[in-house]
Design a protein around this ligand. Structure first.
Ligand SMILES: Cc1ncc(COP(=O)(O)O)c(C=O)c1O
Length: 421
């Protein structure tokens, strides 16, 4: 791979024989709940095709085990904000891995953690951080902080929201709720109430937290009406509830500012970050104001919130390198400019009901249930990785690395034209 800005190059039909052979093995040893695949003798499967197995990646390109080169317009779920395997991120991770791969959660720490926490506070303008290992961790740390700070159980979340699938995060996830939550409803979630995203705000008396994505990601790149988030914040604060913004998708430059809240003049109490923060290491952060975070009180030696891998040094080093690249290469600003250009081009495509989003977080609404899923499959056959989104897979999620070239963005418009015609 050269610069990671190559067009697709397919050596065989996708999935190739090596991928299929790996799925044969995977289908026997992984829970059927995880990777979708075709049926196999003695094993159920529900997908029309097997997925290609990834082998290596660079920048915007992913190569599968059959040698096919793809362009990844999903940035690996939004993680590869500076591109896959950015040399500076790889080097930072390798250096830290050789020196010290682990630092024992809440008991000991090392310098990279201090630098990362300082950096996150400086970028967000907030005061204190709890690190985690997944987006769901960050959401749960923020929810726990709000419970500690307010002493109140009820939480308001929104239809179509996605906050992760561990129990606490699942309880506040509205996206495909019957599918994700149905079987677990008896085990969690009685403290959560849901309201329409962008709709009338219910009475928040007695609520401890309002949790919202500034732009719903998996829910279909849905942008609320102008001023709605500010009103929500006002209503939350009037009622003594904390505003938690889940910026796991929108944060770290994706929507054209470091965080979406900064562009909208919001003053959240807690902000969650993850995905694009580290370039691939599982690390996330709940960042909060002192008045909320300090309500925890000091750890007595038995930390009331921690994890074995909290503040993992390799993750901290990779996150610092990633945030450094985002900053030095002005990638949030670039996302704003390139995203505005791309949105205009995409709006001219046939079969597009709406282009939504901001910066390089765009959603192409195709106006019909499953149209996004069908387009996604047709794009993969042509070497383009694009995930569907929306409650009914009616849209495509366009969230490439923030340093993707204008040429690749243009080529994506051309292939979409072909697929959507
Ligand atoms: C807005 C948002 N919050 C939380 C999560 C959950 O993150 P994770 O899958 O790392 O737990 C996601 C993942 O897609 C997300 O988009």
């Amino acid at each position: 791979l050269s610069l990671g800005q190559d067009l697709p190059r397919l050596l065989c039909a996708v999935p190739g024989p090596r991928s299929v052979a790996l799925v044969d093995r995977l289908s026997h040893c992984e829970s059927p709940a995880i990777t979708p695949h075709r049926p196999r003798p003695g094993l159920a499967g529900a997908a029309l095709e097997d997925p290609p197995a990834w082998s290596q990646a660079s920048g915007c390109n992913v190569v599968d085990v059959d040698g096919n080169v793809f362009v990844d317009l999903s940035a690996g779920f939004g993680v590869a904000s500076v591109g896959h395997a950015h040399p500076a991120v790889v080097e930072a991770g390798q250096r830290q891995l050789a020196r010290q791969p682990h630092a024992m959660g809440d008991v000991f720490f090392e310098p990279q953690r201090v630098e990362l926490l300082e950096k996150l506070c400086a970028l967000s303008g907030l005061d204190r951080v709890i690190l985690g290992s997944s987006g769901a961790d960050a959401v749960e740390a923020a929810l726990k902080t709000a419970r500690v700070a307010t002493g109140r159980d009820p939480v308001l979340a929104f239809h179509g929201s996605y906050h992760g699938l561990s129990y606490g995060a699942l309880a506040v996830t509205g996206f495909r709720r019957d599918f994700f939550m149905g079987r677990f409803a008896g085990q969690s979630g009685s403290h959560v109430r849901f309201a329409p995203f962008g709709g009338p705000v219910p009475d928040l008396e007695g609520f401890g937290a309002v949790l919202v994505e500034p732009i719903q990601g998996r829910g279909g790149v849905r942008v609320p009406p102008e001023g709605w988030l500010l009103e929500l914040q006002q209503r939350a604060h009037d009622a003594g509830a904390l505003l938690i913004l889940d910026e796991i998708f929108t944060g770290c430059g994706r929507v054209g500012s470091w965080f979406a809240f900064q562009a909208e003049g919001l003053e959240p109490d807690l902000v969650c970050a993850g995905k694009g923060m580290s370039g691939g290491f599982p690390i996330s952060a709940a960042i909060g104001r002192a008045h909320a975070m300090d309500a925890w009180g000091p750890s007595s030696g038995e930390a009331p919130h921690t994890q074995t891998f909290l503040g993992n040094p390799v993750g901290c080093a990779m996150a610092l390198a990633t945030l450094g690249i985002l900053e030095s290469e002005k990638l949030p600003e670039r996302a704003a400019v390139e995203g505005a250009w791309w949105a205009r081009e995409l709006a001219r495509l046939p079969g597009v009901a709406e282009v939504r989003g901001r910066g390089l977080m765009l959603g192409l609404d195709l106006g019909r249930p499953m149209a996004g899923a069908r387009a996604s499959a047709a794009l993969l056959e042509r070497g383009w990785i694009v995930l569907p989104c929306g409650e009914q897979s009616e849209a495509l999620s366009l969230v490439p690395p923030l340093n993707i070239s204008r040429e690749l963005l243009g080529a994506a418009v051309q292939v979409l034209q072909e697929v959507l015609a």
